[in-house]
Every structure is written in structure tokens, then in C-alpha cells.
Design a binder for this molecule. Sequence first.
Ligand code: S3P
Length: 439
Amino acid sequence: MRPGRRFRKVNMKRIEPIDRPLKGTIAVPGDKSIAHRAVIFGSIAQGRTRIFNLSGGEDNSRTVRAFRQLGVEIERDGDVLCVAGKGFAGLRQADGAIDCGNSGTTIRLMSGLLSGLPFHSELDGDASIRQRPMQRVIDPLTKMGARIHSKSGNGLAPLEIDGGGLHGMSYKMPIASAQVKSAILLAALQADGETRIEEPQRSRDHTEVMIRGFGGAVNVDGVQIGVNGGQSLRGQDVRIPGDISSAAFFLVAAALVPGSDVTVRNVGCNPTRDGIIEILRAMGAKLGLSNERAEAGERVVDIRVTGGTLRGVDVGPELVARTIDEYPILAIAGALAEGVTRFADVKELRFKESDRIAAMTEGLQNLGVKVESTEDSMAIHGAAKLTGGAVRSFADHRVAMSFAVAGLVSAGGVELDDARCASISFPTFFDLMEQICLH
Ligand code: S3P
């Protein structure tokens, strides 16, 4: 057997259709976006930060490793990650390139942070990262005085940075991207003077929340954000809420199977991330939010979903930023809803871990669903049943988990070429799926 073949087989997984409703109470791993930021802020603050409920996903581990390479002491103590922050000045040059793996958040946020630090850095990643646009961070950081280049000159990773000497600026962002905004904010904290940013649409605001949580100041007025350089940040205890983007797979699975009753506890429900709740409700799903509280400055709830039938909806441009990572699983919901589900203005999906418009279109068509896609839209024609068949995940964790859910609700099961990539964000995904299927 050729080595390539064996590797593919190891990652392959068949998901059989379920013959009963989904039931149970689960908690999903900690939010990936918030965890990246907790490690970053813990490392640039003064004093000890303790991070509770880290996901264990590979993306977050990349950020941890990056800061260890920059000389930060980060230790595991049972379930807690302890970060010994010594401020920006405590960071030193990494020996060799920092490998961000598959993590877009790591490479983009690190590009902003390293632009302010007075040494040479290199950022790189896997084949997917090397395809993803980096000019969107290079442009604003260059405007702040950073010396940051795409090594091959094509706007892609690897990136080379010779940091230091930043100044504040005013910047109107051409696209709504929390990664770009956060890269600018991390540079701005090290720049002379004030930096002002305007977003076209409010993207997730975990960085702003965390600046405040670590004792800093940031002014937010709708889509306008202002931050001053030279602030001092203090280490904190950060309890990371469950990831709504991980919960989404089970919310949709339970909503699609009549008789299901699933509760996901401790879900981060930040208003810049909760598009999935609004859209599933518009599709007729029965979702109940309870036990609302705050953790790490973030809104947290328990979500109960009971199964039934869904109807197709038009998801308009105004929902894109709040829903950005949930389109793949919403495409599965649309595939089994009555009528057509349309996603408008979703070009950004083409620049994720894979081209998610292409990946979801191909996979759904393999399962017998009619899908029309353009450069920036999708129309999914709901079918009474998904046939079943082979689907490619394109090494994209959210595509893989979406088609795993499709397998559960299909007639013939789904064979995924690569299910292992789920561990990028959600290493326990298949265990939890089993738990609510085999109650
Ligand atoms: C993220 C922002 C989003 C999202 C990604 C995580 C973040 O990307 O898709 O999974 O943690 O800031 P963009 O900023 O490119 O929209």
C-alpha cells in the first residue's frame, strides 16, 4: 500500500444515519477565538493570567506554541493554562519561523503584535494558510509604519516582519474582519498616539472586550473604534465560554430530527456572534435560551433545542459578520428545509480554511441536493432527504463537521475523506455526537 493511501484511510470516517431522536445535555469546548486572545493578552500583560476551559484544539495550541517561542512561560496546571506575562518588553525574538499551522487567527493577530516588537520575525503556516489573503493585514500595518512583507511578494504567507516604530492612524477597513481589526488593535497598543478604525459591519469584538478585561481602554461607538498606544495591561483569570461555532453543529442536528431534545450548556452568545440563533429561529427551529450570565465580559447562556421541521430563509448581507463561521452548517439545515435557503454577500467564505462555497456546493450535490452558487452567494434547494455518499472535507474542520451532521440525517450515510481535521477546533466532536445519538 502506498503511504499516501494509508494516511487517507486513517482520517476517513463513515457516519451512519441515526434511527432515533437526539437527546441529552452537553457542554462544548471553550471558544476558539476568545482562547487565542486570552493567550495573547496573558502574554503581553504584566503578571499571571490563568485560562480556564481552553478547547484543546490544534489552532489554539499554535498560539500557545508561538508565545513559548517568543520566550513566554506558559504551563499547564491540570485543566488550567498559566501564562507568566512580562509585558510587550518581555517578548524576545523567536529562533526560526513561527508555524501557525492552519490557524488564520494566529497568523493575522501575530502579524499585528510582531509589527510593534523591535526584532525580526517570520510567520508561516500549512498549505491552507499559504493560500489565504494576507495583504489585508499587510496594508493597514504598513500604514502604521510596520515593515511587513509577503516573502514571495504575492500577498501570501510566509510573512517577514521587522518590527518597531509604529504610529497611530485612521483606517477605514474595506472588509469586515475581526482578524484584521485585531491585528491593527494589537499594533495600536504599541504605537505612538491614537489609532482609529472604522469597520464596514461590526465584526466579533472579543479583542475589544479583552483589552478592557485586562485593564486597558478602548472606545467603541458603533463601527468606530479608537485605542491609544502605551497602555499597561494586567494579568487576569479568564473563564472561556463554550464556543457557539462548535455548539452550532448540535443545534442544527437536533433541530433537524423530530423528537430531539438537546441542551448545550455554557455557550458564549456574544451579540456579534449570534447570527445562527436568529437564522435558526427564522427557519422555524425551537430554541430556548436560559440562565443568562457573564463570563470574561462575554454573554453566556444555556441553549435548548427541540427537533421539528425547518423552512428555507433568505440570509441577507446584514447577517454575514455575525454568522460567518456558521454558513457551512446552515447549508446543511437549508438542504433539509422546506423551500430555498439563500445566502447573500458571502464572498468571504471563499477565503476561509477552504473555499467554503465550493466545498459545501460539491458535498451537497454529492448528497443529491440542488445548489446554485455564484462568486458571492448560494441558493440551496431543500430536499426531503439527503441520499448519502462520499464527501470531501478539503481539510476544513467546519466542512467536515457539517457533513458529519449531514451523515446523521441522511438516508444512506456519509463517507468523509478527512474527519480528523475536526480537531482543529473541536477534538471531542465525534465523542459528543455519539453521546447525544446513543443516549
Ligand atoms: C475570527 C474571525 C473570523 C472567523 C475566524 C475567527 C477571529 O475571520 O471566520 O474563524 O477569531 O477573529 P475573519 O476575521 O477573516 O472574518
